[in-house]
Design a protein around this ligand. Sequence first.
Ligand code: MFK
Ligand code: FAD
Length: 508
Amino acid sequence: MGFVQDAPQLVHPYRDDRLLLSLLDRALASERRSAIDADLDALGDYAQMAFHRVNATSRRKPVLTQWDAWGKRVDRIELTPAWQEGPHMTTRHAVLSSGHEAHPTARLEAFARVYLYHPASEFYCCPLAMTDGAATALKASGNQALIDRALPHFLSRNPSTFWLSGQWMTENAGGSDVGRTETVARRDAAGQWRLYGRKWFSSAVVGEAALALARPEGAGDGPGALALFFVETMNGSERKPELLVDRLKDKLGTHELPTAEIHLDGLPAWPVGELSHGVRQVAPMLNVTRTWNAVCAVASMARALQLARDYAHRRESFGKHLIEQPLHAYTLAGMQAEFEASFALAFEVAHLLGRVEQGQAAPEETALLRLLTPLAKLWTAKQAIRICSEALECFGGAGYIEDTGLPQLLRDAQVYAIWEGTTNVLSLDSLRALNADAVQALRGSVASWLADNDDMHAVSAIQHTLEAARQWLDTHGSQRDQLESGARGLAFTLARCTAAALLARQAA
Ligand code: MFK
Ligand code: FAD
């Protein structure tokens, strides 16, 4: 046999991640730092084990069986190994529940766990994110009966009592424009609300609960008339007969994630709050899942880059290792800089979220969080697609070959920009958030992050760009069409400037 190329190897995702370690050392008090060390180490070990297992596992997609041998409707879904391990791993290491502890770094610590777990989770992080979002939305609703009913399950640290929650919003008529929801909520003779309709994408179809948007019968058209409902999906170990799984989606990526089309045929439901303004009530869920999206997008970039870097030390071309070829090294360095900027922005949002939730934040930080959440989601999603695509190219032809496991990185990355609000929808959401307080908060924060940095060229480039964005807003703020058509450019500019300023703070 002739030459055989070494495969890329994964370093320890926690112990060898300089960026994560330095963030945690900087942001956490030493007792918090040591309190989470064992969980992070174990999640890193798990990610390494999963990396080695992946090519040995033959089944990569869940399987739906709708009928049993005797003709009974069962809608049973068989899951991949990582999904079967999901409840155990995540409750044992508090991946979700730690974010709800009562201290200001709780969210940051939880998202460090998410960052390590996600690449091994086969997108089990998707329903985990929605469960975290559901817990957050229920808390915000103040509905004590539902809080008492659901939160002990959503935040459980015991796999046998843990529940996953779905987020049932998207319908055929509209995913961005949920105001077109056709699902109807109707009261039965006993006064129980029941849902009737079709939800077109349900990614937590194996979950035990969901928050669902529906239109109470007789309410008017449009988004304001929608209500938010809590539903449970199981009768003991059997799925409730009023919930039918029509089909699993055949998707470009996220293959292990069972995303289903479902029918609701009188599924019992409980209003989360008032019987209108459901979008307003679900918003805390959206903002949490969008933060998960940003952190998971960053985790995908970290994985792709780490493998590309490792490979550059193993692959020779024109008499040198790739890492010794100046242009290849320069290409990797550029990708690393883009990744570190995304990392800084995503974790700044995680940090702010924790401070705001624990009542530790100044009012301007609340406005800043509201603005940075859509910006971080939309920008890290696009960066993940770009970095994963570039990383595949770093492997040459091998990056295009399925059983290297590499193409999956790119297929999976594409989803970050679509679900939880597309790039355009989030650009428009950032306009919603861009009030005077937020502008003031962003300018103030950027100035303070840049204060100690003596790279005057970088500092003035960021300040100049932010000022140009402010002037553009002043000029176009009153012309809705122009404002909307420029929203995407504005959102990318603000995201890049914020991330660059955060990097400058780190470098100072
Ligand atoms: C591995 C990573 C895991 C990540 C999890 C992935 C899971 C994927 C599952 C999904 O994809 S679930 C479906 C996600 N769907 C969306 O994200 C919907 C995208 N569309 C939007 O976000 C639209 O902008 C929106 C539906 C919100 C538009 O609805 P409306 O009702 O036409 O908008 P409107 O009237 O502007 O907003 C209604 C209220 O909500 C307003 O408050 P008020 O009633 O008090 O005026 C808004 O300010 C408020 N609002 C909207 N978005 C908000 C928000 N408040 C806070 N934060 C937000 N983000
Ligand atoms: P559309 O809303 O039809 O958008 C089409 C295009 O139009 C997009 O490019 C969009 O950016 C653009 N657009 C729309 N409105 C505007 C505007 N006003 N201005 C400018 N551009 C605009 N949903 C759930 O509810 N629960 C789930 O569990 C779930 N899981 C999912 C899992 C996967 C793998 C995927 C791919 C999707 C999932 N979704 C889920 C659905 C997802 O949230 C929607 O697909 C997404 O919100 C977009 O909605 P849509 O598909 O209807 O696209």
